[in-house]
Design a protein around this ligand. Structure first.
Ligand SMILES: Nc1ncnc2c1ncn2[C@@H]1O[C@H](COP(=O)(O)OP(=O)(O)OP(=O)(O)O)[C@@H](O)[C@H]1O
Ligand SMILES: [Mg+2]
Length: 267
């Protein structure tokens, strides 16, 4: 089943763009046809995927009627993955995007772009603003990125409230796919304590078992504007993203399994 997944967080700099890119490649490596959409007016994804030069046109230009949806979908050099940029943003365009987002145009455009892909992964800006609201309304599921830091702990409930509010106001099928812990230092006692505290207000089933460890190679990959697997020795850092992709697909199968009222059967 085709799926639109938003990678989001209340707090900035927690690895959303890194996750959208590396998870997108992992899904692709597992055989899915993937589109990554950069929904952040800061254009994080355009930079991270080395498409800066070619992503002058983006979501905002389609909504302004200056090009068609097909003009903003770029294939990577090896044609493995498709990426749609947000467009070159000046202040006027950011305001325009926010207005269009409020009127539902952004949601419609995302649905158009997602046609024909197994997974569409959206990199969202941090926070709970109008653009994030519109991107979540366009999505089937949200992957909430969290760093085990006390600030994340404080801001997490705000984000969960936004998801619930959207569900109650017009998009009841939006699913919180899960909470992914990033930049994890496995031996940090403080982080372990914070993770335990998180469990007191997030149900266990919402925690994605795969965690993304802290690894400096991600920084190098960001500088080189590539997924980490493209760096020499990058496989170890990348592997958690393959595990994340597998876990998300497994969760998908589990859901389908329990919703099959006719019982098991191939035909
Ligand atoms: N697992 C990780 N280990 C170490 N560094 C990481 C990891 N994931 C991401 N980073 C680095 O942390 C920085 C922030 O990551 P990223 O840009 O993906 O965050 P973001 O949530 O998209 O930020 P913003 O909210 O500003 O859009 C980047 O320099 C990135 O390379
Ligand atoms: Mg980002």
């Amino acid at each position: 089943m085709a799926k639109i997944l938003a990678v989001a967080s209340q707090k900035g700099g927690v690895g959303k763009t890194t996750t959208a890119l590396n998870l997108g490649f992992s899904m692709r490596h597992l055989g899915s046809k993937v589109l990554i959409i950069d929904g952040d007016p800061q254009g994080g994804m355009a930079i991270a995927s080395n498409l800066k030069r070619r992503t002058e046109l983006g979501l905002v230009d389609v909504m302004k009627g200056e090009c068609g949806p097909e003009d903003i979908v770029m294939l990577t050099k090896d044609k493995a993955i498709a990426i749609a940029g947000v467009g070159r943003m000046d202040p006027e365009k950011v305001v325009f995007l926010e207005n269009e987002a409020r009127q539902g145009q952004l949601t419609t455009l995302i649905h158009t772009l997602a046609q024909g892909f197994d997974y569409t992964i959206i990199d969202t800006p941090a926070g709970v603003g109008g653009i994030v609201n519109a991107l979540l309304r366009a999505s089937d599921g949200v992957l909430l990125m969290v760093q085990a830091r006390s600030l994340s702990l404080k801001t997490l409930p705000h984000f969960l409230k936004l998801v619930n509010w959207i569900k109650k106001n017009g998009h009841p099928s939006l699913t919180l796919e899960g909470v992914v812990l990033t930049m994890v230092h496995p031996n940090s006692v403080l982080e372990m304590k914070i993770r335990e505290e998180m469990k007191s207000f997030i149900p266990e089933r919402l925690f994605i078992k795969t965690v993304i460890p802290f690894n400096e190679l991600f920084e190098q990959a960001s500088i080189r504007a590539v997924p980490v697997v493209m760096l020499r020795n990058g496989l170890k850092a990348y592997r958690p993203y393959i595990n994340l992709a597998m876990e998300l697909k497994e969760r998908e199968y589990e859901k389908e399994d329990t919703s099959d009222e006719d019982g098991p059967g191939l035909f």
